[in-house]
Design a protein around this ligand. Structure first.
Ligand SMILES: [Zn+2]
Length: 72
Protein backbone atom coordinates (compact mmCIF):
# COMPACT_ATOMS: atom_id res chain seq x y z
CA UNK A 1 0.00 0.00 0.00
CA UNK A 2 1.25 3.47 -0.75
CA UNK A 3 -0.19 6.90 -0.14
CA UNK A 4 -1.02 7.53 -3.81
CA UNK A 5 -3.28 4.54 -3.76
CA UNK A 6 -5.02 5.99 -0.75
CA UNK A 7 -5.43 9.44 -2.32
CA UNK A 8 -6.97 7.83 -5.38
CA UNK A 9 -9.47 5.85 -3.39
CA UNK A 10 -12.96 7.28 -3.45
CA UNK A 11 -15.82 7.70 -1.05
CA UNK A 12 -19.49 8.43 -1.38
CA UNK A 13 -20.64 12.03 -1.09
CA UNK A 14 -24.20 13.31 -1.26
CA UNK A 15 -24.69 16.26 -3.60
CA UNK A 16 -26.27 19.08 -1.55
CA UNK A 17 -28.28 20.22 -4.57
CA UNK A 18 -29.77 17.10 -6.14
CA UNK A 19 -29.13 14.62 -3.33
CA UNK A 20 -27.45 12.10 -5.61
CA UNK A 21 -24.69 10.02 -4.13
CA UNK A 22 -21.54 10.64 -6.15
CA UNK A 23 -18.14 9.04 -5.76
CA UNK A 24 -15.36 11.51 -5.10
CA UNK A 25 -11.66 10.89 -4.78
CA UNK A 26 -10.05 11.38 -1.42
CA UNK A 27 -7.56 13.76 -3.02
CA UNK A 28 -10.45 16.04 -4.12
CA UNK A 29 -11.23 17.02 -0.56
CA UNK A 30 -10.65 20.74 -0.09
CA UNK A 31 -11.23 21.54 -3.76
CA UNK A 32 -14.17 22.08 -6.09
CA UNK A 33 -15.90 19.19 -7.78
CA UNK A 34 -18.74 19.18 -10.28
CA UNK A 35 -21.75 16.98 -9.71
CA UNK A 36 -22.11 14.80 -12.82
CA UNK A 37 -25.90 14.80 -12.47
CA UNK A 38 -26.85 18.44 -11.91
CA UNK A 39 -23.54 20.11 -12.90
CA UNK A 40 -23.50 21.96 -9.61
CA UNK A 41 -20.08 23.07 -8.44
CA UNK A 42 -19.56 21.78 -4.95
CA UNK A 43 -16.78 22.73 -2.64
CA UNK A 44 -15.68 19.69 -0.70
CA UNK A 45 -15.13 21.26 2.66
CA UNK A 46 -11.95 20.26 4.33
CA UNK A 47 -13.19 20.02 7.89
CA UNK A 48 -10.22 18.25 9.34
CA UNK A 49 -10.76 15.32 7.05
CA UNK A 50 -7.53 15.81 5.13
CA UNK A 51 -5.62 16.32 8.35
CA UNK A 52 -6.57 12.79 9.20
CA UNK A 53 -5.49 11.68 5.74
CA UNK A 54 -2.17 13.48 6.04
CA UNK A 55 -1.56 11.77 9.35
CA UNK A 56 -2.44 8.43 7.77
CA UNK A 57 -0.12 9.17 4.85
CA UNK A 58 2.71 9.96 7.24
CA UNK A 59 2.20 6.59 8.90
CA UNK A 60 2.18 4.87 5.52
CA UNK A 61 5.35 6.69 4.43
CA UNK A 62 7.06 5.75 7.66
CA UNK A 63 5.97 2.17 7.22
CA UNK A 64 7.35 2.10 3.66
CA UNK A 65 10.59 3.61 4.90
CA UNK A 66 10.86 1.00 7.63
CA UNK A 67 10.28 -1.71 5.06
CA UNK A 68 13.03 -0.32 2.84
CA UNK A 69 15.43 -0.18 5.76
CA UNK A 70 14.58 -3.73 6.62
CA UNK A 71 15.67 -4.98 3.19
CA UNK A 72 18.79 -2.87 2.79
ZN1 LIG B 1 -26.05 17.18 -7.96
Amino acid sequence: MNSDLFKNSSFSFKCPKCGTNINVKVKSVGSMITCPFCNQNIELQDDGFSNGINEANKLVDKFNQDLKNMFK
